[in-house]
Design a protein around this ligand. Structure first.
Ligand code: GCV
Length: 679
């Protein structure tokens, strides 16, 4: 890895030569023709120059005449492939003479993605030298249309739930000074196919409210930076803007003055940013203003904004993270898990064409283990996108290693059975199960101004993996992980296998030493790092485990529980309803279970809790030993950095183990069968 001063190239390393270059085979970048004179074409040419110099130690010769070029990049050279390509797809194919390669697409975005895919494949050792006849070397279309990053960055430079330093976008109420870093970020995102970004926190405070007003030029500047890289900019808006910015007395969506105010704002925005993506809205959620204040529902609230953006092709991304955050912990009838479904299902079919609902992967809030939100498969007449959290709020905060791709894969592979078998979340977000004008995936960014972008260098794998799954949710966690390791660390077999194994086991390890069997939370309130079993137990957020001296878990069955299990289609509903058949990793999410009850392993619940917590710490120790075996094989700075992170993780894991085990021992009075130390 490049040193921790400057900024890391992440997976775009051209100093690790591909096998082909080492063997002195043909350099496909020796003569390059990039056709067209747009800003995106310039980005493509610059990238190819960088790659040529790095990978082959030769500056490419750029020519205008395609017939001379070893690599041609240009629009509409599709030939027989035209029918197979969507707007953002690309084809890499053999050219007119042996050894010539052509990258082509219908749009500049497609070209950009084709160019980056070509470089990726080269670095992964693929040879484009042999003639492929009339067959494409590679033809790809993205599976998911909207592939978006959400930043929870504030204008003062702070980031809500950021663990990699301060914002790269904002500082001191204005744009961050280092705009080259922003451009470098745009390039990184484009290299993995991201095509949209929201640039401010969904909790829109006073300063950020002004982004659709006096601060609009800042948004325009960012849009200019992201545009050549095929990335559209969206803004999170404050639903009360007509009052806070416009001086109106109401923000009621049915009030004509409010409607006209938003229409005028949309005009002003599009006058400056013709390709502006639209608004992201957190409304009536965690004290943010919204249509409920005026007795209106969320369809009325969202459609009003949709109408304002509609003339310009903009969209409204409306978040479904709506629940009662002022619950009384004594109240066992209200279930936060039900809230999004209860709020939005009755509105299915009532949203405008350009309104898209953004749904968190689980019904609660980005825990290490949750069932998939039943809104997926529930909503059948509404545009929808999946929201994942790349930033590790509840999953180790980029101190602990937690490769999230396996978790996301479970979500994407989950079969909702909405239209019979095969109605998976990945098919829904690809827009293939229900008719949707818009569909996609959004991820909350894990990036900040730390030189390695993500705080923990290995957390770069989550950003990479998120985007790769958006492009192709069919990739496995191991495939994505291996790509990332090789692109980032090179082809040393030992390095590859050790890091890949660390990544692939890390989610299970994190789960082992933290929260058992899907119950969630147990974190320190506020910052959410480290254990505090009752931290949220007697609070108002609706996040309870309800442990007593005999049992733990929330009964969410239809028979005697909150009924949440009934929000799923069959056979999922009956699976979750059944104590015996419920997937065990979610047992405490759906059922209240006695400590002495047996799990499928034959162990009692309490013994399972003890064993997994002891195992989790041992697994971190094993990871440390494995990482240490790489000394001398990865650059010293990265080696020391990751080693230090792992020590921090060990401390955290030990704390979790001892707090959780002691808590349950003290509650239940049941000793560990193996007599290990519990406090
Ligand atoms: C941006 C969780 C987080 C909040 C976040 C919220 C949301 O509650 O802790 O920081 O707010 O989710 O997704 O809106």
């Amino acid at each position: 890895m490049e040193g921790r001063t400057g900024s890391s190239p992440c997976w775009l390393r051209y100093d690790l030569q591909p096998q082909a270059a080492q063997e002195d085979r043909e350099n496909p970048l020796r003569v390059v023709a990039v056709l067209g004179g747009s800003a995106t074409a310039a980005c493509i040419a610059e990238e190819l120059e960088r790659a040529g110099k790095g990978l082959y130690r030769t500056t490419p010769e750029f020519v205008a005449e395609p017939s001379r070029a070893s690599l041609v990049v240009g629009l509409d050279l599709l030939g027989p492939f035209a029918d197979q390509l969507g707007e953002e797809g690309f084809v890499i194919k053999p050219g007119a003479w042996e050894g010539q390669v052509v990258i082509t697409a219908k749009t500049e975005r497609g070209l950009l993605y084709g160019m980056f895919a070509f470089l990726r494949e080269l670095r992964l050792g693929r040879s484009f030298a042999s003639p492929g006849g009339s067959e494409a070397f590679l033809l790809e279309n993205p599976s998911v249309p909207i592939r978006m990053i959400n930043h929870w960055d504030n204008l003062d430079g702070s980031i809500e739930r950021g663990y990699a330093g301060r914002s790269i976008l904002w500082n001191g109420g204005t744009l961050a000074k280092d705009q080259e870093r922003i451009a470098a970020y745009a390039r990184l995102l484009a290299s993995v196919g991201i095509n949209a970004i929201s640039i401010n926190n969904v909790n829109v405070h006073t300063a950020e409210t002004g982004l659709i007003g006096p601060k609009l030029p800042l948004v325009e500047r960012l849009a200019d930076i992201f545009r050549p890289w095929g990335i559209r900019v969206l803004l999170c808006i404050n639903y009360a803007s007509p009052m806070e910015l416009g001086g109106l007395t109401t923000a009621d969506p049915l009030d004509p003055h409010v409607q006209e105010w938003w229409a005028e704002r949309a005009r002003a925005i599009y006058a400056r940013i013709p390709d502006f993506g639209g608004f992201v809205v957190k409304a009536d959620s965690e004290h943010r203003p919204g249509p409920f204040t005026y007795g209106r529902d969320h369809a009325q609230g969202a459609n009003m904004l949709g109408k304002a953006l509609e003339p310009y092709g903009g969209i409204v991304i409306w978040r479904c993270f709506v629940y009662n955050c002022m619950q009384d912990w004594r109240d066992h009838t209200t279930d936060r898990a039900r809230a999004a479904y209860d709020t939005f299902m009755p509105l299915d079919g009532k949203f405008a064409q350009n309104v898209v609902l953004q749904i968190k992967n689980g019904p609660m809030d980005f825990q290490i283990r949750e069932p998939v939100s039943p809104l997926f498969g529930g909503l059948s007449r509404t545009n929808q996108i999946l929201e994942l959290q790349i930033t590790q709020e509840y999953t180790g905060q980029q101190k602990d290693l937690c490769y999230l791709v396996p978790l996301w894969k479970e979500v994407l592979d989950f079969d909702t059975f909405a239209q019979g078998p095969g109605s998976t979340v990945q098919e829904i977000v690809a827009g293939r199960v229900f008719p949707q004008a818009y569909s996609g995936i959004a991820g909350v960014s894990n990036v900040g101004s730390d030189p390695n972008w993500t705080g923990h260098t290995l957390a770069q794998a989550n950003l990479y993996g998120f985007a790769r799954l958006c492009w192709n949710p069919g990739l496995s966690a191991a495939e994505v992980g291996e790509e990332w390791v090789r692109l980032t660390f090179g082809d040393d077999e030992r390095v590859k296998s050790v890091i890949l194994e660390m990544l692939l086991k890390s989610r299970e390890i994190y789960e082992n030493y933290t929260v058992p069997l899907g119950i969630g939370w147990m974190v320190n309130p506020g910052h959410h790092y480290g254990p505090n079993v009752d931290g949220y137990e007697y609070d108002r957020w609706g996040t309870y485990h309800r442990a007593d001296w005999q049992a733990i878990g929330v009964d969410r069955t239809l028979q005697g529980g909150t009924g949440f299990a009934g929000q799923y289609h069959q056979p999922n509903a009956e699976l979750y309803e059944s104590r015996e058949r419920c997937p065990e990793e979610l047992l405490l999410f759906f059922h209240r279970v006695g400590y002495r009850e047996r799990l499928r392993s034959g162990k009692t619940l309490i013994q399972h809790i003890y064993d997994t917590h002891f195992a989790g710490v041992e697994q971190v120790q094993e990871m440390i030993a494995r990482w240490n075996s790489l000394e001398g094989r990865v650059d010293p700075e990265t080696f020391v950095h990751v080693a230090a992170k792992l020590q921090e993780q060990l401390k955290n894991a030990t704390e979790w183990r001892d707090v959780v085990n002691s808590y349950f021992y003290r509650k239940s009075g049941i000793p560990d069968e193996r007599g290990r130390k519990i406090y």
